[in-house]
Design a protein around this ligand. Structure first.
Ligand code: NAP
Length: 246
């Protein structure tokens, strides 16, 4: 029997992360469901996975905290001996036009979205190199590809993830580790639920397929990038956005 793959999905208490965790568990992976504040939602993700016969457990840490993240990933490695799939999905928005944006709004978003991905990759890479294989998938955003008024902090964090992805892809390719980014467009989750109807209508006008996507649309791409079939794809930014950023 093939060895069980071990996966860690950050922010798997939220909409997209939960769909990714479920999709990876459906492939037979044992999934660590990371959360920071929403324990009940993380437990619900695990329940949904187990209901379908999959295996998962919750795993609390703040991706923005270097030491806490390092310790949590070290614990996974100590328990399971390996980590095959790392999905950097945890993310926040603190939107505002630059003239109104505070230093704290900028720092918080960079620290969780961009530095958070550094923190997990830093903690996981040595083990992936030793085991001579792995998949790292960073969830960026079309905002990081196109820019977005009112999201200088978020766009910068997501563009930073793209640079991180490409550099890590170059560093790790010879070790059979692929590193890719998935850039969602507008996806129906709690993150976009807070947008006003006017903003949502304006957004839909920019989307050629004429609607928001679902978390499963993103999960399907992550599942593929995590599979053996995607072994020759690395350093890419794949927009899953209904054609918005083409
Ligand atoms: P969401 O429902 O708001 O979920 C966000 C997730 O991030 C939650 O699980 C949250 O966990 C976690 N998180 C936040 N801060 C964290 C921290 N410090 N440490 C660990 N986890 C943390 O958002 P979503 O829409 O599913 O977004 C998921 C990812 O997709 C984000 O990176 C987002 O930028 C990206 N994205 C979303 C869209 C969209 O339209 N929805 C578009 C482009 C990109 P807790 O609540 O447990 O803290």
């Amino acid at each position: 029997m093939a060895q069980e793959r071990i996966a860690l999905v950050t922010g798997a208490s939220g909409g997209i992360g939960r769909a990714i965790a479920i999709a990876l568990a459906e492939t037979g992976a044992y999934v660590y469901v990371n959360y920071n504040g929403s324990q009940g939602k993380a437990e619900e993700t695990v329940r949904l996975i187990e209901e379908k016969g999959g295996q998962a457990e919750i795993c609390k840490f703040n991706v923005g905290d270097f030491e806490e993240t390092g310790k949590a990933i070290a614990d996974i490695l100590a328990t399971k001996g390996r980590l095959d799939i790392l999905v950097n999905n945890a993310g926040i928005t603190k939107d505002g036009l630059m003239m109104m944006m505070t230093e704290a709004q900028f720092d918080d978003v960079i620290n969780i979205n961009l530095k958070g991905a550094f923190n997990t990759i830093k903690a996981a890479t040595r083990a992936m190199v030793k085991q001579r294989g792995g998949r790292i998938i960073n969830i960026t955003s079309v905002s990081g590809v196109m820019g977005n008024a009112g999201q200088a902090n978020y766009s910068a964090s997501k563009a930073g993830m793209i640079g991180l992805t490409k550099s890590m892809a170059r560093e790790l390719a010879s070790r059979n580790i692929t590193v890719n980014a998935v850039a969602p467009g507008f996806i129906e989750t709690e993150m976009t639920a807070v947008l006003s109807d006017a903003v949502k209508e304006a957004a839909v006008k920019q989307i050629p397929v004429g609607r928001f996507g679902s978390p499963t649309d993103i999960a399907n791409m992550v599942k593929y990038l995590a599979s053996d079939e995607a072994a020759y794809i690395t350093g890419q930014v794949i927009c899953v956005d209904g054609g918005m950023a083409m």
